[in-house]
Design a protein around this ligand. Structure first.
Ligand code: G3I
Length: 332
């Protein structure tokens, strides 16, 4: 059982501290989630292929289960995600004969999907990641090549925001991306957001996924990204925070438990990040971790399948780690 300071109480009342969850973790981490967090995001269960595997078939059982868990514990909920190049059903882009659909049909299908999914959770999901990861990581291109872009051109982005607003006028609408603090990608994300706002598209916020590690990105780059996005008048949320013990390209597999010196470094990093969050509290409204405790993280299978990682504030037994203690000290 839990006692002591709760993560969610370390901030002003309306600041949301979230965790990504899935059907197994709402069982195995229920007490931890209820004690320390006040928001959740479905890790996979609201993605296109999860809820809409065939044109006439919606499968909401798992998503509904997570939404019920949020209601049971009084947790807010973020929606993730409506438009992505990944985990999206193939039928969406093809007709019955396997040929590519027209732009008009693709957008009509998108509207129908958004109406149904956003409409179902209207009043419960307060913020949606409407469009996820459409910026190209490398090269001069602004937008990532995808079926969306190929068939509909760049307009699919604005349309998704329009449809989402129609389906739930109260929901906050986010653009969400990773490598969001790397200077080149930051500038491209800024360019996209600025052009959407200039066209009059209703975008409320930008999600900084924040898949970070002990070494990258530098706090100064995170700060610069926060300032750049905030200059557009958008609200910011960290939407998928984790702090890997490994550099992005480090594929070593020899660690069987987290070395204490790395956990200290991790505490230092989290301390630096949360100091920034406090400094920019006016524009940053939430942080969601992409998991809750080290017993489960997608990083256990990325970039090396089966390599354990320990990216969170709580250990595999859900006990506070040095990083948690640093954050508790910060808020005293
Ligand atoms: O559902 C199958 C299961 O039936 C099968 O036995 C198993 C074997 O590998 O795979 C399962 O599917 C996996 C799925 O997660 C559900 O666990 C996929 O292989 C795996 O690729 C998938 O990974 C998810 C990933 O998105 C896919 O792109 C991660 O769980 C999820 O954490 C991750 O989340 C993304 C965000 O949505 C967007 N930002 C980046 C973030 C991390 O990649």
């Amino acid at each position: 059982s839990f006692s002591g300071p709760a993560l969610k109480d370390m901030f002003a009342d309306d600041f949301k501290i979230g965790a990504a969850v899935n059907p197994p973790t709402i069982r195995s981490q229920e007490q931890l989630l209820a004690y320390h967090f006040n928001s959740i995001t479905a890790e996979n269960e609201m993605k296109f292929e999860s809820v809409h595997p065939q044109e006439e078939v919606y499968t909401f059982d798992q998503a509904d289960g997570l939404a019920a868990f949020a209601r049971k514990h009084g947790l807010a909920m973020r929606g993730h995600t409506l438009v992505w190049h990944n985990q999206t059903s193939d039928w969406l882009f093809t007709d019955g004969a396997g040929a590519s659909v027209s732009k008009e049909l693709l957008l009509a299908r998108l509207k129908s999907h958004i109406d149904t999914v956003v409409g179902r959770y209207r009043g419960q999901i307060y913020a949606w990641d409407v469009v996820n990861e459409v910026i190209a990581d490398e090269g001069p291109e602004l937008l990532r090549p995808s079926k969306w872009l190929e068939i509909a051109g760049p307009e699919f982005i604005a349309k998704a925001f329009e449809y989402a607003h129609e389906a739930d006028p109260q929901a906050l609408l986010f653009y969400n991306d990773y490598n969001e603090s790397h200077p080149q990608k930051r500038d491209k994300i800024y360019t996209l957001l600025k052009s959407l706002l200039d066209q009059g598209v209703l975008v409320h916020g930008v999600g900084l996924q924040a898949h970070w590690n002990l070494y990258d990105p530098a706090l100064d780059d995170i700060r610069a990204a926060i300032e750049k996005y905030a200059s557009l008048g958008l609200q910011l949320q960290l939407t998928e925070l984790d702090m890997s013990l490994f550099r992005f390209d480090d594929k070593r597999t020899d660690l069987t438990s987290p070395p204490p010196e790395l956990l200290e470094l991790q505490a230092e990093r989290y301390d630096g990040v949360f100091r920034l969050l406090r400094e920019y509290r006016q524009v940053i409204s939430s942080v969601t971790f992409w998991g809750a405790a080290d017993d489960y993280t997608w990083l256990d299978n990325f970039p090396v399948r089966g390599r354990k990682n320990w990216p969170f504030l709580f250990d595999e037994q859900h006990r506070p780690k040095p990083a948690f203690e640093r954050l508790a000290a910060l808020s005293r």
